[in-house]
Design a binder for this molecule. Structure first.
Ligand SMILES: CC(=O)[C@@H](O)[C@H](O)COP(=O)(O)O
Ligand SMILES: NCC(=O)COP(=O)(O)O
Length: 252
């Protein structure tokens, strides 16, 4: 574990999820764009940690990425993973500073709901123990529901990550506000039980500020919107570079 692990330097921490860089690479089977390079840039820009989610089908992040990140990250790794023997054995090799147990369905486009901790307490408690023995801080990615929070505390997890997907996808202002209150109430409840509360999924440039302002929120993990925005903010420069390259090559 690095000396930076327990260092919580400012209000709400930002974990940058770089899975979506790997999605672009895997779509073509190229060597670029490299999520490891993206992680280092994210750290330079102020990320407090890097999140990766090697899915069972390895549709984006590959084992190679995780091992290289382990060697190169200067902040900390948050390894999101399904609660399976295979992933636990992988995590034991990697020894991430943080790991977050998430539900996983092979056919889903993205993580659809939180982990049902209440429905599988023993299994989750065992997995929490295994990771705690490595010195890895465990969080459980759960829906904002008191029953799941109670179960997370009972499993001995020191932290939870509240799934913000319902909030992010709210169809109208009324349901968005309702979801925000739910997140806020659940953060207050979980912190009252001594849990560290993180949040993430579907957060973007128009909906993050209110979640960040929830009292007691420790960290937000954000990926898709950041990588999507990087595409737009960097496009002019990358087209310009290609324009110059062609102009130089064809100058008569
Ligand atoms: C658990 C979670 O919210 C993230 O891991 C997110 O799911 C990453 O993106 P994908 O769902 O595209 O794998
Ligand atoms: N745990 C949530 C996460 O890592 C990022 O999710 P998203 O911003 O890519 O939807």
């Amino acid at each position: 574990m690095t000396e930076t692990t327990q260092f919580r330097p400012r209000g709400v921490l930002l974990g940058v999820n770089i899975d979506h860089v790997a999605t672009l690479r895997q779509a073509r089977g190229t060597r670029y764009p490299d999520p490891v390079q993206a992680a280092l840039l994210a750290e330079e820009a102020g990320a407090d940690g890097i999140t990766v989610h090697p899915r069972e089908d390895r549709r984006h992040i590959q084992d190679r990425d995780v091992h290289l990140l382990r060697e190169t990250l200067l902040t900390r790794m948050n390894l999101e993973m399904a609660v399976t023997d295979r992933m636990l054995a992988f995590a034991e090799q990697v020894r991430p500073e943080h790991c977050c147990f998430v539900p996983e369905k092979r056919e889903e486009l993205t993580t659809e709901g939180g982990l049902d901790v209440a429905g599988q307490r023993e299994r989750v408690a065992d997995a929490c123990r295994r990771m705690a023995e490595l010195g890895s801080e465990v969080s459980l990615f759960i829906d904002p529901e008191p029953e799941q929070i109670d179960a997370a505390a009972a499993c001995g997890a020191p932290a939870i990550e509240l799934h913000t997907g319902e909030y992010a996808l709210a169809a109208n202002e009324q349901s968005r506000k309702r979801e925000l209150v739910r997140l806020s109430d659940c953060t207050a409840y979980a912190t009252s039980l001594g849990l560290v509360v993180n949040g993430g999924h579907g957060l973007h440039y128009h909906n993050t500020a209110e979640v960040a302002a929830i009292p007691g929120m420790n960290e937000l993990n954000i990926g898709h919107a950041i990588i999507a925005r990087a595409l737009m903010t960097g496009l002019k420069e990358s087209v310009g570079e290609m324009r110059n390259l062609i102009d130089r090559a064809t100058r008569r």
